[in-house]
Design a protein around this ligand. Sequence first.
Ligand SMILES: Cc1cc2nc3c(=O)[nH]c(=O)nc-3n(C[C@H](O)[C@H](O)[C@H](O)COP(=O)(O)O)c2cc1C
Ligand SMILES: CCCCC(=O)C(=O)O
Length: 395
Amino acid sequence: MAEEKLNPISLDDFHNYAYKHLPKMIYEYYAHGANNNETVEQNLKSYLKYRIRPRVMRDVSQIDTSVEVFGHVLPIPIGIAPVAMQKMAHISGEIGMAKGATEAGTLMIVSSFSTTNLEDIVRENPNAFLMFQLYVRELELTKSMIKHAEKNGFKGIVLTVDTPLVGKRVSDKKNNFQLPKSLKIETLEPEDSDSDSDSDSDDDSKTVISNVSMETVQSETIPPLKENTTDSLSHDMSKSLTWEVIKKLKKMTKLPILLKGILTEEDAEIALEFGADGIIVSNHGGRQLDTVCTTLEALPEIAKVVNKRIPVFLDGGIRRGSDVFKAIALGADAVFVGRPAIWALNAMGAEGVKKMMDILTEEFRLTMALAGCTSIDQITPKHIQHKKAYISSKL
Ligand SMILES: Cc1cc2nc3c(=O)[nH]c(=O)nc-3n(C[C@H](O)[C@H](O)[C@H](O)COP(=O)(O)O)c2cc1C
Ligand SMILES: CCCCC(=O)C(=O)O
């Protein structure tokens, strides 16, 4: 019997679909996090700890949800976070994701674990607004990945700073997670041509970008690349990153460099000192260190210390328009979604991604209207309150 076409009303509908249709190993790779999944759950729950303080009688007949991000006006303050290996979710993979994002008019960050090469993503989506997520590896490969992104018109480099080692992914170990053999990480091949590897004469091709020699890294009990487990796929990611890397990256590219995975005001301050162009407050969707603070909890101290000097974004647990509203009220310039985009891609390909963004946008627009805000800059900390403030000590 032909299956009925999904008619999603909320983001949960895409998730339910993916839960039913994806093989367990793939579903759990996408859905789960590190250790007990505590942070995965708390990321979601933290939005419910805040109540909206709506203002009324404000003529909300016209609502402007647009926002400017690095000189690009986006119709909505919601982009797509980098998620690895998207062809496991849908045959169209990163091409379908970029198509859905572009049709929604928004930005997609392509993972450096992309199962589609950058040329193909861009050829199929010439108008896409794309940034490239970087895991630092050996110097020449890192440089070549950045040049490759530049050559393909990417508009920013998103350096992930929370993954010197991959978190303990219990489900992946139980399921013996492997990228299916028919798929490949397409972004890890060094450029065959014009990587201007000899442009910086002080570079040593044997060095990882962060002081440790590649030979040292190889000798640190790194398993040979026989399998496509997350551990083997990540075997050459730098474990010795320090802040100095930002200076090195800035010499390699003029593109804005955003740091993804900042959770404290101390690190936000250092990020500014080292010239970061943007911060993404992220705990990697709960996949790295379990029981860290949720991103909504971390946001206010970071927004305060940054004080609008560079944009501050947030990802983690955004599932409803009211979540977007709360993150903006606490200081985010815009937010990103990870898993919801994967579930939507799985259910309906590019069309699903566009539909998911439309649903989230409509919920966000409605939240703005019912809270009395007609533009993003009208959303302030006064529009939300921690629920504790409403609960008397007797309750
Ligand atoms: C399956 C999966 C793969 C991910 N892959 C990457 C990645 O390659 N690089 C990265 O920086 N973050 C990666 N992330 C983290 C996301 O960019 C983002 O921080 C997180 O998914 C946000 O939480 P959400 O899924 O609740 O929206 C991944 C997340 C998931 C769920
Ligand atoms: C080795 C990491 C793989 C991609 C990733 O960042 C994730 O699965 O969270």
